[in-house]
Ligand binder design. Structure first.
Ligand code: HEC
Length: 144
């Protein structure tokens, strides 16, 4: 997942050439590791030797599943954007002024699903990274 996120990030930053197929592949990698595929990895007692999974996952299962599902929504948005833009990372994929203000459209709505399909890919990417960070902050322990 980290490699996939890095690959997408490089294309947005322009440090690597845009390639719709590679972009979609990376988005699909993340999507396939999201939602129930992700949350089912942490079913039952999650704290084990060598694992950084936090006991918070059991205690706050719904919140964990919600973050896992949101990850999938953003990854699907990125994947669909790559379908629409096979060759060029054009302005339609870029964030527009105001997108990031007040936490973006999600601040007003309760579910990622309602807005993700209409937001620019770059915005979905930023929100996706925030989802990685929020989940790790809450559900991954830094050291045993
Ligand atoms: C719903 C929660 C959740 C989301 C969302 C999430 N992660 Fe994680 N991630 C975890 C947990 C929990 C662990 C610790 C797993 C363990 O050590 O058993 C982890 C571990 C990792 C690791 C360490 C892997 C390893 O083998 O030790 C990486 C890298 C990582 N995540 C990257 C990402 C990236 C990149 C994203 C976003 C694209 C992301 N994660 C989104 C919960 C999440």
């Amino acid at each position: 997942m980290a490699a996939a996120a890095k690959s997408i990030s490089g294309m947005f930053k322009g440090t690597s050439a845009y390639d719709g197929k590679a972009f979609k592949g990376a988005a699909e990698t993340i999507r396939s590791h999201s939602g129930t595929n992700l949350s089912s990895l942490f079913e039952g007692p999650v704290t084990a030797a060598g694992s950084k999974a936090s006991a918070n996952i059991e205690a706050e299962r719904q919140k964990f599943e919600k973050l896992a599902a949101e990850l999938g929504v953003y990854a699907s948005t990125l994947s669909a954007a790559a379908d629409r833009s096979p060759d060029v990372l054009g302005p339609e994929m870029r964030m527009r002024p105001g997108d990031a203000m007040m936490g973006g459209p999600l601040a007003k709505k309760s579910s990622a699903e309602q807005d993700a399909t209409s937001m620019p890919a770059e915005h979905a990417f930023h929100l996706m990274l925030q989802t990685c960070t929020s989940c790790h902050a809450k559900f991954r322990v830094e050291s045993e």
